[in-house]
Design a protein. Sequence first.
Length: 150
Amino acid sequence: MKTSIKLLGLLSLIIIFASLSCKNAQEKNDANVNTTSVSNTTQEIKGKITLLSPSEFKEKSKDHQIIDVRTPTEFKEGFIEGAKNINLKDDDFAKEITSLDKDKPVYIYCRSGHRSGIAAKKMIDLGFKEVYDLQGGILNWEQSDNEVKN
């Protein structure tokens, strides 16, 4: 009987510890999510990244800053009309990207969406307010029957 009570007490302690650990892990995860949009303890918003479908990107990007973050070689193979090429892999990426107006929306894309996601995060860290990322990149743009310029 004493052994059963001890085992029950030990099992209860393990369950309590596990639930507290999960709660702490969730709080840490929530804190990590908030650091991408909050710059300090005063809750100042740094910027916003929004993923757009090809149709949304086409509609909303007109008359705005459009940036292709692929390599110059990829850019020459075809690009979205009005896009400027600023290569994410270039050592001067931060310098070139900060030449844009940070207070105006910027629409970015790459080949498949991976590099533009990285670029979008860097841009928010550099002080851009609104960054719109083409979901699936230019591959998704073309699959959606949108025109590419050469």
